[in-house]
Design a protein around this ligand. Structure first.
Ligand code: GLY
Length: 345
């Protein structure tokens, strides 16, 4: 992906956002030409990656942790924007993983009743999921993403270059969202391509080798968001594995266990596959995913019993009445949403 590629996210005939892909972050200043005021919110770990930002009115570094993904950090960002005397015509540019892009997008959405924002994701997970589609927000009372809004970024700039700075664990845990996207839409055989690339190269994988697949996953997400921006139908499919994953992460926090979001998503997809086998009367799905995910360096066995997960799932913000919309899998590339009661699981 050395050349610049750009796609519009189109909803109801209107361009609501853009995805721009290019090999190097050094293209960023050119992309920012035409913006008169830019305010940068960045993960303190990626400070060394930030190129010179034109028309930069100020910057704030944040500690991007799940514990820190709270209103107090959003207030800190807003206060820094006020200190920089940021006007309503400003662009807030977030540079970091999903925690950073979620919080910066939320702060931008409420500052002076809303200023524009754009995302520069630096993790695989954010490049293919969190930084696209306009979901912003924070955790609240121990529940993930309980407060927030859906509001689209001006653009999401995707360059695989920052992936070089990730730990092996963070890099591979992001692979779970990449695989999830292609389980939902495998139009071009990208699921098999991703498993083969991640599996064969293992820890020696050069991130740049994934650029085309990352852009393809971003395109899949962009087209789903374009068709269903506010998650009334098809967009729910992007939550594949996430109902279980959020319960796993909730339990891990209570116990002080170290499980990343991507790892929880991998385990959550396996749980969804087991549930799919029961609901659709099919076999072999979960075993196949276990083998493929393991090849890609992802954990597949959930350490917590189902009754513990059920208690957390009952409080999932996606529940409606006594039912939760589970995304179930018929085969790779064919998923559907099925409302189920917790006691049916
Ligand atoms: N992460 C799922 C979505 O953006 O809809």
């Amino acid at each position: 992906m050395s050349e610049r590629r750009s796609i519009d996210v189109v909803s109801d005939g209107h361009v609501i956002s853009r995805i721009i892909g290019e090999g190097s972050l050094s293209a960023l200043p050119e992309i920012l030409e035409g913006y008169d005021e830019v305010f940068v919110v960045y993960d303190e770990n990626v400070a060394g990656l930030i190129p010179e930002i034109p028309a930069c009115k100020g910057m704030v570094a944040i500690e991007a942790t799940e514990e820190g993904k709270v209103m107090a950090t959003v207030e800190l960002i807003c206060r820094s924007m006020m200190d920089a005397d940021l006007s309503r015509k400003a662009l807030v540019l977030s540079i970091g993983g999903g925690i950073t892009t979620d919080m910066a997008g939320f702060a931008a959405s409420i500052y002076k009743r809303g200023v524009r924002y754009a995302n520069v994701p630096t993790t695989l997970l954010a490049m293919v999921d969190a930084a696209i589609g306009g979901k912003t927000g924070v955790n609240f009372d121990g529940f993930k993403n309980m407060l927030g809004v859906i509001r689209q970024p001006e653009f999401t700039f995707i360059s695989a270059e920052p992936l070089r700075t990730l730990s092996t664990r963070d890099f591979f845990s992001g692979a779970a969202e990449l695989l999830k996207t292609f389980i939902i839409d495998n139009s071009f055989g990208n699921y098999e391509k991703a498993v083969s690339l991640l599996g064969s190269c293992g820890k020696n994988l050069a991130p740049e080798a994934l650029q085309d697949l990352i852009f393809s996953a971003a395109q899949v997400k962009a087209s789903i968001v374009g068709r269903d921006q506010f998650e009334s139908g098809e967009r729910k499919k992007l939550n594949l594995g996430h109902t279980f994953a959020h319960a796993i992460e909730h339990e891990a926090r209570l116990r002080g266990d170290d499980i990343t979001h991507g790892e929880a998503v991998a385990m959550g997809i396996i749980k969804a596959a087991i549930l799919s086998e029961k609901v659709f009367g099919i076999i072999g799905l979960a075993e196949a995913f276990k083998a493929e995910f393991s090849l890609c360096g992802l954990p597949v066995e959930c350490p917590y019993p189902m009754d513990v997960l059920k208690a957390a799932m009952a409080k999932d913000k996606k529940s409606e009445g006594d039912r939760i919309h589970f995304v179930l899998i018929r085969s790779v590339g064919e998923v559907e949403t099925v409302p189920l009661r917790i006691d049916e699981i």
